[in-house]
Design a protein around this ligand. Sequence first.
Ligand SMILES: Nc1ncnc2c1ncn2[C@@H]1O[C@H](COP(=O)(O)OP(=O)(O)O)[C@@H](O)[C@H]1O
Ligand SMILES: [Mg+2]
Length: 393
Amino acid sequence: MISSHSPLKPNAVIGIVGGGQLGRMSAIAAARLGFRTHILTTEANGPAAQVSHAVTCGKYDDPAALDAFASAVDVVTFEFENISADALDLLATHCPVHPSGHILRISQDRLAEKTFFASAGIPLAPWHAVTDIKTLHEAAEKVSLPLILKTTRNGYDGKGQRRVHHIHDLEDAFNALAPHPLVAEGMVDFACEISVMVVRSADGTVRCFDPALNRHWNGILDLTLAPAPIDPNIAAQAVKLATTIAEKLELVGILGVEMFVDRTGNLLVNEMAPRPHNSGHWTMNACPQDQFDMHIRAVAGLPLPHAVRHSDAIMKNLVGPEDMALLPQIMATQGFIPHLYGKKEARVGRKMGHVNILFPYSALPGDLGIQDALGPLATKTAAPEPEENSAAS
Ligand SMILES: Nc1ncnc2c1ncn2[C@@H]1O[C@H](COP(=O)(O)OP(=O)(O)O)[C@@H](O)[C@H]1O
Ligand SMILES: [Mg+2]
């Protein structure tokens, strides 16, 4: 028997802060479980609002909008991290908020996040806080070159980062990034990048989906392979790290943990996101209960079943006008399971949807088979380094 924790009743209203695709897929999962959803968004007819029963349109720091939203919902969660943790705290005076503002505060700031990871014994690449030219040079000495300078806040899809290979480029990189402070990280010569989706309920039950392998293109997630084709001992270690993080944070809800596997098979945690995650979209078709079902269950106080995988899967993101131009072929390809986000305009670099492709359990093919399975989407081979990304906009 799986135990429950004062669950929400059918037809209760789950408030979701943020109106993008993660909110959309969370709302669909909530509807499957018999709940209603109410979206707080700046965009009246965005991806989440289109599939929810109510919308409050307003700014995330507008007390009137926050009040109206909070008074209409039974519990609050969020689908993106650009709401202020203070606003979440304000919402928490009206109803439960999962995950908590405390967790959001940590995940919003790379320095707070690294400090938390270090205190929890989580292995990290060498890092150093950079506040000025003096600490910049200290950082270069401490983490050594090559390094990556990152803004501590508001980075996403590789934005807000500069790679530094030569000492004479150090100050230019520092000056190009804003706002300060920054964090310097030693560049990890990784064999691959993996992620683990971990869910925890208020009663302390923790479930992890199988680690998946992620490949990026221009700093944006391109492909996820599930399960990650890595040594089972490394996969087990990754699950252990994600579990430790969820437990130390007293997480309620879902959280994605990104990790590097270095050339010697060591794991280094890169970052975390306390919300459903793009690298967990494969679960939508390869698992009886996907990341969104599990997240909504945790938020609603429902029992958490085991995060079982019944199939292997490839998840391919559909990004920008190039991928959307292939929509007729995508829709016509046998075996493609498309998920579209309802965005009107396919701007360059914008995530428009994704395609899942399933394989029998334990039958994920190698690279050639993957390219073959991708059919009309098999266009990208090697990911260029995102050298030119400047500060987040
Ligand atoms: N210390 C590092 N060493 C090597 N590659 C890194 C390092 N930090 C980031 N990267 C690369 O840049 C990508 C984006 O960095 P990340 O810190 O995950 O920022 P974002 O918030 O944009 O996802 C990572 O997925 C990885 O490919
Ligand atoms: Mg990342």
